[in-house]
Design a protein. Structure first.
Length: 105
């Protein structure tokens, strides 16, 4: 991940003749604060988060796990992106998505 903002494209795959398209990862900066935020994907077996294609990954720490009031499993994730400390929630039981935002160190 060499740019500080990005929107991933071409996130389509085919299974048994059917195509599935996803939004992909995206990283943006908050207009008011300049802090990073967005969506990346979890690779917990590698202790990493990265883009949808799995080409760009950064080390991550997967910590506390809990069940939400909707019954799904979520997990706290922290990582450094471009030298900035980020924290997010991995929506573990329904997808590989991690919604994150930059936090103060």
């Amino acid at each position: 991940m060499n740019k500080q903002t990005c929107i991933e494209q071409n996130c389509t795959f085919a299974v048994e003749g059917r195509s599935f398209t996803f939004g992909g990862a995206w990283i943006g900066k908050h207009k008011g604060t300049g802090r990073l935020g967005g969506v990346v994907y979890a690779y917990p077996k590698e202790s990493k988060v990265g883009d949808w294609h799995g080409v760009r990954k950064v080390p991550a720490m997967f910590s506390r796990e809990w069940r939400s009031n909707m019954g799904d499993t979520q997990q706290a994730v922290s990582f450094r992106l471009y030298g900035r400390l980020c924290s997010g929630v991995y929506y573990k039981s329904g997808s590989d998505i991690v919604r994150f935002r930059e936090v103060q160190a």
